[in-house]
Design a protein around this ligand. Structure first.
Ligand code: NAD
Ligand code: TYD
Length: 339
């Protein structure tokens, strides 16, 4: 079996590549990634010389490049992680979100139609459902919760989901969609809440909490997300959406304080800053469907996962220090010069 994993040099995509190599060593993996600011080839170093792994630098919205790749490789499965993924950046500059997340998805779907595949899987987010009020802890997102987006990021992801489902209905393309809650774990880019707070706390810098810090996210350890995608890809039903989440709801303030405790740093580092415009209050996933249909359950509790994550950042300082220094962006040129 041959998989194309798009966005495999990013946070979840790279964890998924490692998951595949570990659990399905017989499969061939091609990582297609444009290496935007969020893509880091240093992350993929452990598999770069693996004969079952190939890295291709390219943009999912580049139709010719994508068609040539499909023609040459004839993949069985596509897992699309490639996206602009940061809400704050989508507020600054929405356009690239539409180009990659919507147009890029469409190019991949067209390639799947043209060359034929066994399954296209779209990696989506619970943010397409909008948010839940803080005073209704009984409410959860299910797969039938209406799409109701808040940010240009979530709007672009929702548009992509609808396209994927339309290609199933109209063209009978074999697709699945997963909508996951917030991930955390190794190789998380240090612009997102958890790695940002770890790296700043280690430098005794102020920790910018948006608004009052009461917003709730439903945190899932990245490896549990990878296991769920793997199950859906191989055993899910065409045309279906699966929510993925592990009932690990925490306020942002709780998350930041947990990190500070673990690093033995004072809470006085916390600084309340201007809130994010349109800031979603609460995300919470009901994962009943994937549990009942595919037997998936998260393996990692938040308390264990956050401890492992902080430890990972402590023992992998060069990885995130290169990012903060911008050095990782020269890595591709260094690695590929003269090749
Ligand atoms: P990320 O920003 O860490 O990585 C994105 C990767 O996509 C990078 O390697 C980047 O270089 C690549 N990329 C961007 N534009 C591209 C393009 N035009 N062509 C090819 N490659 C391109 O993102 P992430 O956090 O790993 O998220 C991966 C996917 O999972 C996204 O689709 C995101 O919407 C979804 N998701 C993320 C979370 C989360 O908590 N991080 C939760 C649910 C769903
Ligand atoms: P983030 O990691 O950007 O993920 P998302 O917006 O997709 O949920 O943010 C998680 C939460 O943390 C969100 O409520 C915004 C908040 N946040 C801060 O309070 N300070 C920060 O510096 C960042 C990056 C996020």
């Amino acid at each position: 079996m041959k998989l194309i994993v798009t966005g495999g040099a990013g946070f979840i995509g790279s964890n998924f590549v490692f998951y595949q190599r570990k659990h399905h060593p017989e499969d061939d993996i091609i990582c297609l990634d444009a290496l935007t600011y969020a893509g880091n080839l240093e992350t993929l170093e452990p598999v770069m010389n693996d004969p079952k792994f190939k890295f291709v630098k390219g943009d999912i919205a580049d139709r010719k490049l994508v068609y040539d790749l499909f023609e040459a490789e004839k993949p069985d499965y596509i897992v699309n992680f490639a996206a602009e993924s940061h809400v704050d950046r989508s507020i600054e500059n929405p356009e690239v979100f539409l180009r990659t997340n919507v147009m890029g998805t469409q190019v991949l779907l067209d390639a799947c139609r043209k060359y034929g595949i066994k399954r296209y899987h779209q990696v989506s987010t619970d943010e397409v459902y909008g948010d839940l009020p803080l005073d209704r802890p009984d409410l959860y997102f299910t797969e039938t919760t209406p799409i109701h987006t808040s940010s240009p990021y979530s709007a672009s992801k929702a548009a992509a989901d609808l396209l994927v489902l339309a290609y199933h209905r109209t063209f009978k393309l074999p697709v699945t969609v997963s909508r996951c809650s917030n991930n955390y774990g190794p190789y998380h880019f240090p612009e997102k809440l958890i790695p940002l707070m770890i790296s700043r706390a280690l430098a005794d810098e102020s920790l910018p909490v948006y608004g009052t810090g009461e917003n709730i996210r439903d945190w899932l350890y990245v490896e549990d997300h990878c296991a769920a995608i793997d199950l859906i890809l191989r055993k899910g039903t065409d045309g279906e959406v699966y929510n993925i989440g592990g009932h690990n709801e925490r306020t942002n303030l709780e998350v930041v304080k947990t990190i500070l405790r673990q690093l033995d740093k004072p809470e006085s580092l916390i600084t309340y800053v201007r809130d994010r415009p349109g800031h979603d209050m609460r995300y919470a996933i009901d994962p009943t469907k994937i549990h009942n249909e595919l037997g998936w359950l998260p393996a990692t509790k938040f308390d264990d996962g956050i401890r492992q994550t902080v430890e990972w950042y402590l023992s992998n300082r060069p990885w995130w220090e290169h990012i903060l220094a911008g050095e990782y962006q020269n890595y591709y040129e260094r690695m590929y010069a003269g090749r």
